[in-house]
Ligand binder design. Structure first.
Ligand SMILES: NC(=O)c1ccc[n+]([C@@H]2O[C@H](COP(=O)([O-])OP(=O)(O)OC[C@H]3O[C@@H](n4cnc5c(N)ncnc54)[C@H](OP(=O)(O)O)[C@@H]3O)[C@@H](O)[C@H]2O)c1
Length: 348
């Protein structure tokens, strides 16, 4: 199929912050949106253009996902932008893949389903193969954490270890206090432990970051492990989430993930990933250090992370549609390519 004459036709499942961004990007580039689904509530029955924050209709009415019409979906791909856990998204996968659509999923467990939830992964793989479609988890990790690691190791003729350290701003990607509370930000440390955030399945998906790079480099994984701890400041920190304009000192202001992946070949992957409220001077970044011959370092700075994660997902769509059936992680799809020249934005 030539995408130049036939741009990807998409369906959106979960019209929240990122589903709306994907809708705006598709509208701007002239990619047909054929349907949109959401759980019941005020968005259902409205035109997608209005729900997505455009000042015009797109001619697509948001459907209740439980009662949606999946039989006549004339789309190439379903963009699933509602939940992080594979299990929580399974209805969307079943409905869209059984209608013959490829899947681009934004949930964090979807980057590497087999390592995050093997049972769910088996069902997704079977669904994808039975329907001859591709399932890919995508978003901001694609370029900033996965491909940046693969490329940093690229010059090595010998490799001992890889390490990623990173700092991300919860205010950059989450649009509500409710969203950042999933990691107990602004709660007490006691609440953090009482809620078992150190066992949070979505957070633990970060342990697969070094694992995905090592898999891409051809290593055989033994195991990936992670620990999660709260980050606390002894000074107040500014925020736009609450009318007071700051979170007081001593509260949980983020989480720190420490992870390790071992391989049969003896090469180790480690990570120290911090997602916490920013202090003055902090810049969101990822830093890969590769020990081997030669030794390499790559620093990625993310200045517009909400747009970056939507852009990563959106720009992957042509690759996903063209890929083999089954679960295909982004590290198998080649480096991410910009759509800026090929599909110039015409209007929003
Ligand atoms: N891949 C990555 O690197 C990456 C980066 C950032 C975020 N994420 C993840 O992306 C996902 C979407 O984030 P977001 O900020 O767009 O979330 P959001 O603003 O809360 O949007 C979620 C949307 O899905 C709808 N929804 C929720 N549960 C549903 C269900 N069971 N069936 C159908 N629709 C449902 C919500 O409906 P209502 O309007 O009724 O609430 C809302 O419209 C989250 O899981 C987030 O953690 C991934």
């Amino acid at each position: 199929m030539s995408f130049d004459t036939n741009p990807p036709r998409i369906a959106i499942y979960g019209v929240g912050q990122y589903g709306a961004m994907i809708a705006r990007l598709a509208a701007a580039k002239g990619w047909p949106i054929v349907a949109a689904f959401n759980r019941s509530g005020p968005k259902v029955g409205q035109d997608l253009g209005r729900v997505a924050g455009l000042s015009r209709d797109l001619g697509i009415v948001v459907q209740d996902c439980e009662a949606g019409d999946y039989d006549r979906l004339d789309a190439d791909i379903g963009v699933v932008t509602h939940r992080d856990l594979l299990r929580a998204n399974m209805d969307a996968y079943r409905r869209l893949m059984n209608a013959g659509l490829n899947i681009a999923c934004h949930g964090v467990q979807s980057y590497l389903p087999h390592s995050n939830d093997p049972d769910a992964a088996r069902e997704i793989e079977a669904l994808a193969l039975r329907n001859g479609v591709t399932f890919t988890g995508c978003g901001i990790w694609d370029m900033s954490r996965i491909w940046s690691g693969i490329l940093t190791a690229g010059p090595c003729t010998d490799l001992q270890s890889i390490h990623i350290s990173s700092l991300t701003d919860p205010q950059g990607q989450a649009n509500s206090l409710q969203q950042i509370k999933q990691y107990c930000i602004s709660d007490t440390v006691e609440t953090f432990h009482a809620k078992g955030i150190d066992q949070n399945a979505a957070a633990l998906a970060k342990k697969t970051i070094p694992e995905m790079v090592l898999r891409a480099l051809g290593y055989t994984i033994i195991e990936s492990t992670a620990t999660i701890e709260p980050v606390v400041y002894d000074v107040p920190v500014k925020t736009w989430y609450v009318p007071e304009g700051e979170f007081e000192a001593g509260l949980c202001v983020g989480v720190r993930f420490l992870c390790k992946t071992t391989t049969e070949e003896g090469v180790i992957g480690t990570g120290r990933v911090e997602q916490r409220m920013f202090l003055p001077g902090d810049v969101e970044h990822m830093y890969w250090e590769v020990e081997g011959t030669p030794r390499n370092r790559t620093r990625v700075e993310r200045l517009d992370s909400a747009h970056a994660t939507a852009g990563c997902l959106f720009n992957r769509i042509p690759d996903i549609i063209a890929a083999r059936p089954g679960i295909v992680p982004v590290y198998e799809l080649g480096p991410l390519r910009s759509t800026a020249k090929r599909w110039r934005s015409v209007s929003a």
